[in-house]
Design a protein around this ligand. Structure first.
Ligand code: IGP
Length: 261
């Protein structure tokens, strides 16, 4: 069993447990459930923003503890002030030390889109994302069938959530395209074995149909790479560890962004 299989096996149990703890109707009573969401596209393409989707990540299976000290409300607020187009917030606890409440904390701290980053396998999690105050959900092609992607994306759309589909290779991309997706993210990290290469984004760029926003995800640590990714047609850049490994991730992003000008 690779790490992704382990995470999904764990997630299935967790979701069934959560459904009992918090019912669908309780989720729908959230103050955020009928909130109007932000458009991912508007913020990614806004000239005064950077295209960076800045991630709050305490820990990961590949790196262990990255930062268990920084507060989500401070970091996301500073990310937004530094020009982030969106914030990504991990909510998986077992492998990433994330909390569902972290999305709500981010929602209260910023006026930019918030991505609920988790391993979505069930409709319940999509409804939950809306109730937590998220604007965007992530669907990972490697763990979903085409019909699951179709159904989860349609549900997300009906709740006015933006959908980011993550792919790692051409086969996943070709089988997963769906009109309810807003953005396609190429993960430079192979979630099954953790190998990373930004080349993956350059390789897949031309295969992403033009109606979708293009995002490059993971292992980005310098502004030169972002400039090259822009040349290749990418609109968004998902960055976690490079900021989170600093004691003050928001200050790290502020410094990093200077190099984009
Ligand atoms: O910390 P990095 O290398 O900048 O990567 C951020 C983000 O892309 C990564 O956390 C990620 C991409 N896809 C995921 C899916 C699940 C969990 C995490 C991820």
């Amino acid at each position: 069993m690779n790490i992704l299989d382990k995470i999904v096996a764990h997630k299935k149990i967790e979701v069934e447990r959560d459904k009992v703890r918090t019912t669908y109707s309780q989720l729908e009573e959230s103050e955020y459930f009928h909130r109007e969401t932000y458009s991912f596209k508007d913020f990614l393409l806004a000239p005064e923003r950077t295209g960076i989707i800045a991630e709050f990540k305490r820990k990961s299976p590949s790196k262990g503890i990255i930062n268990d000290d920084a507060l989500v409300k401070d970091v996301t607020k500073d990310y937004a002030a530094a020009g982030a187009s969106a914030c990504s917030v991990l909510t998986d606890y077992g492998f990433f030390m994330g909390r569902k409440m972290d999305v709500t904390r981010a929602r209260r701290a910023v006026n930019i889109p918030v991505l609920r980053k988790d391993f979505m396998i069930d409709e319940y999690q999509v409804i939950e994302a809306k109730s937590l105050g998220a604007d965007i959900i992530l669907l990972i092609a490697a763990i979903l069938t085409p019909s699951e992607i179709k159904n989860l994306a349609a549900l997300a759309k009906s709740l006015e959530l933006n959908v980011l589909l993550e792919v790692h290779n051409l086969e996943e991309l070709e089988r997963s395209i769906d009109p309810n997706l807003d953005a396609i993210g190429v993960n430079n990290r192979n979630l099954a074995d953790f190998t990373v290469t930004v080349e993956n984004s350059f390789k897949l760029a031309a295969h992403i149909p033009s109606e979708f926003l293009k995002i490059s995800e993971s292992a980005i640590s310098d502004t030169e790479t972002i400039k090259q990714l822009k040349q290749a047609g990418f609109n968004g850049f998902l960055i976690g560890e490079n900021f989170m490994k600093q004691r003050d991730p928001g200050a790290a992003m502020k410094e990093f962004v200077k190099g984009l000008k």
